[in-house]
Write a protein that binds this ligand. Structure first.
Ligand SMILES: [Fe+2]
Ligand SMILES: [Fe+2]
Length: 356
């Protein structure tokens, strides 16, 4: 696999006119001799929210509609699309149906990851009817892909604590609600993962998709997976392991041993960075350069989607950020870790701005 040429990378709605002026042969030439080249797109955290009747929160609808439309305009065309979880806000049939209808407009095969907002109303029952198994793996052009449900928690919390399913969902839906419970992959799924990975050559590039980070960042906001260490141990034998996760609605990246971690953006809203919340300990990976969040009153600041290129066996993330500077985070072989291509050096980081 080789990297797509920069000029071929993205022709979203805003640049469509310019892109169509490019000689088509340039695009074709770049891929003519590389049958194994492939790309895929990732959309996450749409949080489709039902108001009542036929009404849904318009902002969240618009974020997903825009991501789907831009994905359909990608050149080169992605082989498939991953949706990273939190399709719904409160997991209702109306929200999941409405979200599924929007995702169905994608011109590409779509794989889905379970988010906690999709799960805790009926424990994933309706979601599974729409999207299939909650954890699975597949091989595509030399890469082994694994999808996990990382938002499970203790049975005691799930089954014994709440009088209604709606209340259970509401308790898990809050960012900083102490009544929530830490997410986990769980023993049953880890057993499955162990067996699944046993048959994969350890030099095969491995991409694992989860909703919560498979690393411990900040427990207070559930930027956390309780059994992350056990899952990481299963990924350890692979020379090139990558974990891609949603849930955090912000750019994060990190390297733990041979495992590269990258987060994906939300189409709904940005979460603040945990270090901005001074009341509790947090473990935001030191490698991460927080994105400049220029204006908290820009509703689309720090939301968007990303194009993921795995041509080196490592993830390179090209973030297409609505109302913010586009960013690229790519594995740097010289340092052995993912880095922000433009802003890793503190001297080059954009100072925070305030608009009052
Ligand atoms: Fe989310
Ligand atoms: Fe989430």
């Amino acid at each position: 696999m080789t990297a797509p040429n920069r000029r071929d990378f993205l022709k979203g709605a805003g640049t469509l006119a310019a892109a169509s002026a490019l000689p088509l042969s340039l695009v074709e030439l770049a891929f003519a001799d590389a049958a194994q080249n492939f790309t895929f797109a990732y959309i996450s955290d749409a949080h489709i929210q039902h108001i009542g009747g036929t009404k849904f929160v318009r902002n969240w609808d618009r974020g997903l509609i825009r991501a789907v439309a831009e994905t359909n305009l990608l050149t080169p065309k992605p082989d498939f699309v991953m949706f990273g979880g939190d399709l719904a806000q409160l997991g209702t049939k109306e929200e999941l149906d409405h979200g599924a209808e929007m995702l169905a407009k994608l011109n590409f095969k779509t794989h889905c990851v379970m988010g906690e907002h999709d799960y805790y109303l009926d424990l994933g029952e309706y979601w599974s009817k729409l999207f299939g198994p909650q954890w699975y793996s597949f091989d595509h052009k030399g890469v082994h892909f694994v999808v996990l449900n990382s938002v499970l928690t203790y049975d005691d919390w799930t089954f014994k604590r709440w009088p209604t399913a709606e209340q259970r969902m509401l308790e898990m839906a809050g960012l900083d609600n102490p009544n929530g419970s830490p997410f986990m992959v769980g023993e049953k799924q880890r057993e499955w993962l162990k067996k699944d990975l046993e048959k994969v050559d350890k030099n095969t590039p491995l991409l694992v998709f989860s909703h919560s980070p498979l690393q411990k960042i900040y427990k207070g906001w559930n930027f956390w997976t309780e059994d992350a260490d056990e899952v990481q141990a299963l990924l350890k034998p692979f020379a090139k392991a990558n974990v891609v996760y949603g849930h955090v609605h912000q750019i994060q990246y990190n390297q733990i041993g041979n495992i590269s971690f990258n987060s994906v953006m939300a189409t709904a809203w940005p979460w603040p960075y945990p270090q901005s919340y001074a009341q509790a300990e947090q473990h935001l990976p030191k490698l991460t350069v927080p994105m400049n969040r220029a204006d908290p009153f820009f509703e689309r600041d720090a939301t968007g989607w990303q194009f993921i290129d795995v041509n080196t066996g490592r993830v390179a993330m090209k973030f297409n950020l609505y109302n913010n500077t586009n960013r690229t985070v790519a594995f740097n072989p010289a340092t052995g870790r993912p880095e922000d291509v433009q802003f890793q050096d503190p001297a080059r980081q954009i100072p925070p701005q305030a608009h009052y």
